[in-house]
Design a protein around this ligand. Structure first.
Ligand code: FAD
Length: 286
């Protein structure tokens, strides 16, 4: 196996263009598992872990620009104020060792429906930046995923960054698993409120072939949320919101849980997310 080790981002793009089949490696927390279990034998690995650009972040025009190699640890330690739901999700990933290596770009590269970054990125209306020698394009996270392990990224493209809109209201991420740590989500849910625009974003994880959202639940909550005072929802309204979220899921039965359990869990997480967001709203998270 060849190991391509570019020393600049431009060299990395040129290498990917010349060898589109080369497998990028950032933190390696997914790639190395696949190699170790002999699930993948690529002819070449393209090492992105030494490049400075993808590890950087900055606020840019109403967005947080997160380089693809920014780790979960960096998000938790430095970026909770800029991307609260993503930071909540990052806190829930694996162990400190994995959080020190694993990156948002790697999560997108794997495009697992269970990846924890996806619901916050979908709910917040983030964009994924893809780069190649042909140029740079930005794709809404909501359109990035095609199916398990598959995305709109072309073979010669690398994920350069993710652009997350600055928070404009409360955000909540929650995840159900068989235990609290070191667990792949059985189902996950994210709710993002924009108090200025009075709009709502949802993100559903691990309950479909790709991360999903519920436009019906978003429209319902945008109309029902108490944008003046952040009052608690009625039991009936919260249940209806949960039911709309559950209905948008496309879950399957697998080793981690049944489709029915996933729908139930989503309904519960959605109701709680509304209650928690309303409480944050009353405390001034606008
Ligand atoms: C013990 C363990 C626990 C885990 N727990 C969780 C968890 O709780 N939640 C969760 O979501 N994930 C979990 N994971 C999976 C993994 O840690 C995450 O998916 C992580 O975000 C991968 O990031 P990475 O930088 O290590 O990616 P890598 O392993 O380097 O790459 C992952 C994929 O993305 C591609 N890639 C990497 N960088 C780029 C780029 N810039 N452009 C294009 N493609 C790229 C690679 O080719 C590969 O296909 C766990 C893994 C392990 C081993």
């Amino acid at each position: 196996m060849e190991f391509l080790s570019p020393s600049t981002w431009e060299e990395a793009l040129a290498a990917k263009s010349g060898r589109p089949e080369a497998v990028p490696i950032t933190g390696g927390t997914d790639v190395m598992v696949e190699l170790n279990f002999d699930r993948r034998r690529p002819g070449a690995l393209l090492d992105l872990s030494r490049l400075p650009e993808p590890a950087q972040w900055r606020a840019e025009g109403g967005h947080l620009r997160l380089g693809a190699a920014v780790t979960y640890t960096a998000i938790v330690e430095h970026l909770a104020g800029h991307a609260p739901a993503l930071a909540q999700a990052a806190r829930s990933v694996a162990s400190p060792q994995i959080r020190n290596r694993g990156s948002v770009g790697g999560n997108l590269g794997s495009a697992s429906p269970a990846g924890d970054c996806h619901p916050p990125l979908v709910a917040a209306g983030a964009e994924v930046e893809l780069a190649s020698v042909r140029g740079v394009r930005r794709v809404p996270a909501r359109e990035f995923y095609l199916g398990p392990g598959s995305s709109v990224r072309e073979a010669d493209e690398l994920i350069s960054a993710v652009l997350v809109p600055a928070p404009a209201g409360p955000q909540q991420f929650s995840k159900i698993g068989t235990r609290n740590a070191m667990v792949i989500a059985v189902a996950s849910f994210c709710l993002v409120l924009d108090a200025g625009a009075r709009t709502v974003g949802t993100g559903i994880g691990s309950a479909g072939p790709r991360p999903l959202r519920s436009p019906e639940a978003e429209a319902f909550l945008a109309a029902e949320f108490d944008w003046e005072g952040g009052a608690e929802p009625s039991e009936a309204a919260a249940r209806h919101f949960g039911a709309l979220v559950a209905a948008a899921a496309e879950p399957i039965d697998d080793v981690r849980g049944t489709a029915a359990y996933r729908r139930h869990a989503l309904a519960v997480m959605a109701r709680r997310a509304w209650v928690w967001c309303a409480a944050d709203y009353r405390k001034g998270a606008r």
